[in-house]
Design a binder for this molecule. Structure first.
Ligand code: UDP
Ligand code: UDP
Length: 444
């Protein structure tokens, strides 16, 4: 009989997308999947993705829970995705009757790394093996698993600022997650040895010495065909890319939920102009996509940038784009990114250098992963965790120029791309690790 898994994703595209990519891979390896979704969903991007996923995989059983609202002031944040995350934790007891009543009975559960301490007791009571999905780097997992100690390889200044604020809800949950890790059966990581070799070696050593559960490097996770939504090769910006020279364009996108102040957007625009390179820029002024206005681009980016657009030297959009498709395009020569982990892993596969501008959370640690392997440059002092710190256009422009012209970084990026592609080939390391993981489950 095939293995039956229940998947428990957390809030935000950066959590949902890797869980669904994992789901597709488990289905390919003959598992039956139940997906547990928490409603109401925050962003249109998430709702769209779940709906596309379920249409593409009609054999997947979706179970919905209706979240029990919390008082947001108790979690000390105004970020809708973080409030949603805390609400899922608060409603986690609703998972129990679902997990216990599924038919055929479950073989195992996969839980998003931010939900650990809310879920572990439930699956222990049901005697269900439970695996963590680390949607972040192995390096980040090494921090979560050793917290409150900090691995010597991670500078204190790179740690997510909320983790260091011991009075925050985030820090409390992070610390509880850390304490619960050894009660899990393993951790599935969207990363690969070619990207974080030393870290995986450290985790393997900690499995022997400290009883950490085994780590399975299952990445890089590849996107599913329907993820791009409505954007296609005929999108105007894809046509624009077709007319650009190889590796000549700077692609700028800060993920699904990072916005910048009006002033910073203007400085970034002026930096892109100063760099002298052509650019494709995905502008985001709101944290939640539903609140974004579509018709104020001129006002947001200013006339200097709009002149470049009019002259065909730049393309600026304010919509959800198919980032993977853009990264596939040979015209892209550099990715100016916030270093969300999914973006980092995707870019590694394409062998494109990253100029990292971390904003929050695990993004500094992700930027360090790219720097350690030599294919990225991470701007640690560009507004990281510092409110109202304005990075000037000139500094941004000069840095873009410098990294675009850095041949060492470019060659290292190409190499990492070759390794990543080999890892995901049929019969490659990804398949090996997945088979090893499923074998360990069948054995028990
Ligand atoms: N993404 C996309 N189009 C967009 C913005 C983001 O396809 O306009 C995808 C991107 O490829 C990545 C994910 O959304 O897979 C964002 O995750 P990441 O971890 O990079 O950042 P987050 O959004 O969690 O900050
Ligand atoms: N994290 C964790 N346990 C928690 C909260 C966070 O392990 O209870 C880690 C996890 O790797 C996550 C990272 O901290 O990706 C940053 O969390 P944050 O909510 O800032 O960012 P997100 O991943 O939602 O963009």
């Amino acid at each position: 009989m095939s293995l039956h898994v229940a998947l428990l994703p957390s809030s935000g595209m950066g959590h949902l997308q890797p869980m669904l990519r994992l789901a597709a891979s488990l289905i390919r390896h003959q598992c039956s999947v139940t997906l547990i979704t928490s409603h109401p969903i925050v962003s249109s991007a998430e709702s769209q993705l779940v709906s596309n996923f379920l249409s593409a995989f009609p054999q997947v059983n979706e179970k919905k829970i209706t979240l029990i609202p919390i008082d947001p002031t108790t979690v000390n944040t105004t970020d809708p995705f973080s409030i949603q995350w805390a609400t899922i934790c608060h409603s986690a007891h609703l998972f129990s009757p679902i997990l216990s009543s599924l038919y055929p009975p479950l073989s195992f559960v996969v839980t998003d790394i931010t939900l650990l301490s809310s879920v572990i007791e439930i699956t222990e009571n049901l005697r269900l093996p439970n695996y963590i999905l680390s949607i972040s780097s192995a390096r980040m997992f090494s921090l979560v698993s050793s917290f409150p100690s900090i691995p010597s390889s991670i500078p204190k200044t790179s740690i997510p600022p909320q983790v260091l604020d011991s009075s925050s809800y985030f820090a409390k949950n992070f610390s509880d997650a850390s304490k619960s890790i050894k009660r899990f059966d393993g951790v599935l990581i969207n990363s690969f040895e070619g990207l974080e070799k030393e870290c995986f070696e450290m985790l393997a050593a900690a499995e022997l010495t400290d009883g950490l559960p085994p780590a399975f490097p299952l990445g890089p996770f590849l996107p599913l065909p329907f993820e791009g939504g409505s954007s296609s090769s005929s999108s105007p910006f894809m046509k624009w890319l077709d007319n650009q020279k190889e590796s000549s364009v700077v692609f700028v996108c800060f993920g699904s939920r990072s916005s910048m102040s009006k002033e910073q957007i203007r400085e970034l625009g002026s930096g892109l102009v100063i760099s002298g390179y052509k650019f494709l820029w995905v502008v985001r002024t709101k944290v939640v996509d539903k609140e974004e206005k579509r018709d104020d681009l001129d006002e947001v980016v200013g006339h200097q940038v709009m002149n470049k657009v009019k002259n065909n030297d730049a393309f600026v959009v304010k919509e959800w784009v198919d980032q993977w498709r853009i990264l596939c395009h040979k015209a892209v020569g550099l990715f100016l990114s916030h270093c969300g982990w999914n973006s980092v892993v995707e870019t590694s596969w394409h062998g494109i250098p990253i100029l990292g501008w971390p904003h929050a959370g695990d993004q500094m640690i992700a930027g360090e992963v790219t720097e350690a392997a030599g294919w990225g440059v991470c701007m640690k002092n560009w507004g990281w965790g510092i409110n109202n710190h304005l990075v000037k256009g000139e500094e941004i422009g000069n840095k873009i120029k410098e990294v675009m012209e850095n041949q060492t970084v470019r060659i290292k990026a190409e190499r990492i791309g070759e390794v990543a592609k080999k890892t995901t080939e049929a019969g490659g390391r990804c398949d090996d690790v997945m088979n090893k993981f499923l074998y360990s489950l069948n054995k028990n």
